[in-house]
Design a protein around this ligand. Structure first.
Ligand SMILES: O=c1[nH]c(=O)c2[nH]c(=O)[nH]c2[nH]1
Length: 298
């Protein structure tokens, strides 16, 4: 019985790349997910483990990041995919074919009172508005909120001054990407409100505070968002947030002879920081059963 290798391809899946174009104060961001796969002289790597014609998947990943820098950005994802495919096939004689899949996540500039923000963005898509109403006898509570409001600042965020232990490796930074998916839930005082109006305003205030706060910690940004909401909304007693710190790591391009002036980032999906807090009025009426059964964070 003869056995042979059939069709095959290999590469690095889901290379998460965020490119920040920052040649002016008005930044442009491009957020993509690249899956690179190659075909070629791959008989021996499968049959005898000879890697002489196996361009490592790690190299394919590095190429994606390096090319984003060398080419001054990503551009149209079709052009990026075509250029990557041509690079892999044209520059390596043992690579005969390439499949480059690119998904792009779309971001809008956050609208502030002063107009579209220079470097703060919100992601189009997956947000949901929520409410949990509890009634016990005559008492009623309304807790409303939203989930999945994904926002990103390409500058205006620092993190330093934290304690260092022998396990600390994190570098202090005065310019990093700050990105999170905001889950917020707020407790209304009473039940007779224009809920649509409150929701729209709370959402806008959270976006504005995220954009306008020069952040020294995500915790500070969270608190600024809550403060803005409580100052403008006497009908809200407290607001609770759960916000992941969606880390974006600067890619070290120096092995390829390239600098990286805060332009090319690896967007990690896990682990992530998880920042949670309640911002409340000190004279708020007691919560009673408002939070009972509300799926939970602090
Ligand atoms: O805004 C931040 N808050 C933290 O508590 C923290 N911890 C960390 O490693 N990075 C950050 N960033």
């Amino acid at each position: 019985m003869g056995i042979r290798l059939g069709d095959n391809q290999y590469g690095k899946a889901e290379v998460r790349l965020v490119h920040v174009q920052r040649d002016t104060d008005v930044h442009q961001i491009k957020d993509v997910n690249v899956t690179s796969q190659l075909r070629g002289d791959l008989e021996e790597v499968h049959t005898v483990g000879d890697n002489a014609k196996c361009l490592p998947t790690d190299t394919q990943k590095n190429t994606v990041y390096a090319k984003a820098r060398e080419w001054g950005g990503v551009g149209a994802i079709e052009d990026f995919a075509l250029r990557l495919a041509r690079h892999f096939v044209d520059e390596h004689e043992y690579v005969h074919g390439a499949r480059q899949e690119v998904q792009e996540y779309s971001w809008d500039r956050i609208a502030t009172a002063k107009g579209p923000h220079d470097h703060a963005f919100s992601r189009r898509g997956a947000e949901t508005r929520t409410t949990v109403v509890n009634k016990d006898g005559d008492r009623e509570w309304v807790v409303s909120g939203f989930e999945g409001l994904t926002v990103l600042k390409s500058t205006g965020s620092e993190f330093h001054g934290y304690p260092k232990t022998r396990y600390t490796t994190l570098k202090e930074t005065e310019d990093r990407i700050l990105a999170t998916d905001v889950t917020a839930r707020w407790r209304y005082v009473g039940t007779d409100h224009d809920f649509d109006k409150s929701y729209a305003s709370v959402r806008a205030l959270c976006l504005e505070a995220f954009a306008e706060t020069h952040s020294l910690a995500l915790q500070q940004t969270l608190y600024a968002m809550g403060t803005a909401v409580l100052e403008a909304h006497p009908e809200i007693a407290e607001i609770r947030f759960s916000m992941p710190n969606n880390h974006h790591f600067l890619v070290d391009l120096s092995p390829f002879g390239l600098d990286n002036p805060n332009e090319v980032f690896f967007a990690a999906d896990r682990p992530y920081g998880k920042i949670e807090a309640t911002v409340e009025r000190d004279d708020a009426p007691e919560a009673g059963d408002a939070w009972k059964t509300v799926p939970g964070f602090i």
